[in-house]
Design a protein around this ligand. Sequence first.
Ligand code: FMN
Length: 362
Amino acid sequence: MAGNTFGKLFRVTTAGVSHGPGYLCIVDGCPAGLELSVEDLIPDLQRRKPGQSKLTTQRKEDDAPEIWSGVFEGKTDGTPVGILFRNADQRSGDYSDIADKYRPGHADYTFDAKYGHRDFRGGGRTSARETVSRVAAGAIAKKLLARAGIRVLGYVKQVGEIIADIPDPTAVTLDQVEANPVRCPVPETADRMAKLIDDTRLDRDSIGGIAELVAVGVPPGLGEPVFDKLKADLGKALLSLPAVVGFEYGAGFAVATARGSQNNDVYLPSPIHTATNRHGGMLGGLSSGEPIVCRVAIKPTSSIPRPQVTVTRSGEPTEILVRGRHDPCLLPRFIPMGEAMMALVLVDHWLRNKSARLDPLG
Ligand SMILES: Cc1cc2nc3c(=O)[nH]c(=O)nc-3n(C[C@H](O)[C@H](O)[C@H](O)COP(=O)(O)O)c2cc1C
């Protein structure tokens, strides 16, 4: 299986499956000298963790990181940072009656078709539990970015038909996002979203939505103009997260109905900036200095507690009832994952950008 490493200079490799002994994360390319301990990783891991509220799965996972390498006397030492998570609370019995059936909306059939087997105890390598490693790596990336004055924050913009009105995405604070279990910064909208999620759960169903991710303080020029455009890397990073089916930035899909005269963001002087930010902080694949604003559409959780039509491995029609404990809406727990991937892309390009010109190299 290829494709378990992400990034060019700040490279993250993850390994592990949901029902194995645990997960591994190796961050290669983190500069030496960054103060780092498990306490730096815990806040975002807590935000990702299952069992936070009745809006998320009641599965209990410790998500306790152990730093195995790369830190000496409290600081990164320039060697690979190795992080280990031991799996707990594995209830393989929850999955035993689906061993021979494909769950609709999951990677069961596609994985089996590719590898000739699958880990029927859960999603195996395709489980969203894998993101525990990404969130830990993302916390390191965020810490490095903070030194450059770059902040990444995400929040829930939409659940089902309920949309939060957020005129200035850059004004949203972490405290506002964390003030409610939905992670929507508008309290009245968050309450309505929470009710919708709970009603959906009681209806034995699931619901999707949209997450918005914002990076402020990004200097102009991050990204590479051809294949490694910042927008392309952000799109790949976010679409590599489970359940993400759409990515847009700035005005996004709304540009399809706009005129150039409406869509262009005009420049203003001193310092050079744009009057509006329909370009979402990226032009020609490079950051413009304006805030980077992305949105991702997240599908409703595939595991729903009701019978569904499917087939067995040998192709016989059958029914499946997916048991186990699943989030009725993935959005609240997605937020730290989306932030982590955005931070990984930005820190990689921030480091790469340092070799773009000869003069700073001396
Ligand atoms: C935070 C989060 C938690 C998830 N937990 C579950 C879950 O409990 N049950 C489920 O059916 N899907 C869950 N998923 C989604 C599946 O992992 C994903 O839909 C599946 O692997 C198929 O991949 P795809 O949707 O990217 O095509 C979760 C996704 C995220 C982002």
